[in-house]
Write a new protein. Sequence first.
Length: 155
Amino acid sequence: MTHAPPSSTPSAISSTPASAPILTLHNPPGLYDPAPNGYSHIAIVEAGARTLHIAGQGGEDASGRLAEGFEAQVRQAFDNLRTALHAAGAAPRDVARLTVLIVGHSEDRLRTLGAALREGWAGAPLPACTLIPVPRLALDGMLFEVDATAVLRPA
């Protein structure tokens, strides 16, 4: 799958049908640069894409054991997300949108999240993302959850 790099020009989102990317991530002029926080403002999905909806992934390992602390839970949740993506034949670069839920949100936690996103996408365009501070998640002690929508070319 190819992705057009973020660009301030409309031409970044148009190309010939045969070479058109199925997913384009874009940060238009007039909006602040969201890259330090680990996301893009716009995800454009072309018609004919196969859509994956990955349920919320938290900081628990395969045995259900919850990692200790916020940073460890973020790392584990993104490991879990990559496992789910790979099981469906996708990778982080195929993610169009994330929704992130954080208990006890703070600017320090935002920096931790931004660093994890930049590391997890390692130079690939960053997905659109919405962060929602919440008072509680499904499990006692759970501090972080992330769900994803990814797109692939039809099989």
